[in-house]
Design a binder for this molecule. Structure first.
Ligand code: HMG
Ligand code: MG
Length: 303
């Protein structure tokens, strides 16, 4: 078994992490979170979504947040764009990368973006075309890649199908997403392998919610396949408004702690990342979901 020696993390905390918050989080707090993440060494940050503010009110300040960030040349700032209207917003905000988000489950596609899988691909096609023409990279999220809150288990063939359709319209990279965190390692490996039928190893990532406590195990199982890119969320924030009961993504701090412990390089300063997590947790008025951050913060108090 040869594991990757380096891993690239995309912190999706500002987007996936905060989209589900009921209380408005001020734009300046979101901006400060992005600043802290980039200071901690994150090179890829998913900042916000250009979606309907009626569907996801928390992301209504997308343009304000994007405008407020002091950008670094070596950081890629990505945003979600479900359709051309969203893409126009992303373009105006000078995002580096856009994310189209589809699903391996018909029912989730309908609930999340109000259209079938086939219709979603039709909507994404012009977004991908225009993004590529503008020199942006395009990632595609494949939600419910192992299980769906409405349909139950999802077969790997469904993941392969969506990956194939995304490849056909020119999406550069796909993220295999366990939206509701039900996956276990062998199932996640099968979903990953399905995406890898159509995309190279360098163009596939994992996005694991931790609802059932499986996300670190699923990350390790994916590392065993050679997958070296993961979406994680600072302080374990997150959830999708259209996947009730699903908790946050695997905490960035926990993944960094595991990887560094295995001698795998991330380029991230764990202490600074823990500080970023403490900042947003304090603002939200609840403890961090990261076990590693909790343990290391306790150690700081004792020291
Ligand atoms: P729709 O109602 O079918 O869209 O929604 P429409 O084209 O018929 O337009 C209806 C209204 O929305 C119009 O406004 C449009 O202007 C407006 P009105 O005339 O009623 O005032 N509209 C928009 N406004 C702003 N930005 C836009 C936009 N598009 C239309 N881009 C739509 C379709 C996709 C817009 C809607 O379903 C939506 O916004 N869904 C958002 C879903 C979402 O953000 N979910 C969470 C993110 S995905 C996720 O968390 C999963 C992920 O983490 C991976 C994983 O874990 O699985 C990525
Ligand atoms: Mg998610």
């Amino acid at each position: 078994m040869s594991l990757p020696s380096k891993v690239m993390l995309v912190d999706v905390g500002p987007r996936d992490g905060l989209q589900n918050e009921k209380q408005p989080v001020p734009a300046d707090v979101k901006i400060e979170l992005v600043h802290r993440l980039q200071s901690a060494g994150l090179k890829r940050i998913e900042v916000t979504s250009y979606v309907s503010p009626k569907w996801v009110p928390q992301m209504a300040d997308n343009a304000q947040v994007m405008a407020g960030i002091e950008r670094r040349d070596d950081v890629t700032y990505s945003v979600l764009t479900p359709n051309l209207k969203g893409f126009e917003g992303a373009l105006a905000s000078k995002a580096d990368e856009v994310v189209v988000f589809g699903a391996a489950s018909e029912a989730f596609s309908q609930r999340n973006i109000n259209c079938s899988i086939a219709e979603s691909i039709e909507r994404f096609a012009p977004v991908v075309e225009q993004a590529r023409a503008a020199g942006m990279t395009v990632r595609g999220a494949i939600s419910c890649a192992v299980g769906c809150p409405y349909e139950g288990d999802i077969a790997p063939e469904r993941v392969a199908l969506v990956a194939r359709l995304m490849k056909q319209i020119g999406v550069h990279h796909v993220g295999v997403a366990d939206t509701i965190g039900v996956g276990t390692p062998a199932k996640v490996q099968r979903a990953m392998a399905a995406a890898l039928e159509h995309y190279d190893l360098a163009d596939v990532s994992g996005h694991f919610h931790d609802t059932y406590g499986q996300a670190l195990a699923n990350t390790l199982a994916s590392l065993e396949l050679g997958v070296w890119q993961y979406d994680t969320s600072v302080a374990g924030l997150g959830g999708c408004p259209y996947a009730k009961g699903a908790t946050g993504n695997v905490a960035s701090e926990d993944v960094v702690y595991m990887l560094h412990g295995m001698g795998i390089d991330t380029g991230i300063d764990l202490d600074a990342l823990i500080d970023a997590g403490a900042y947003i947790s304090q603002h939200l008025g609840r403890p961090t979901q990261s076990r590693a951050a909790k343990a290391l913060l306790n150690k700081r108090v004792v020291a």
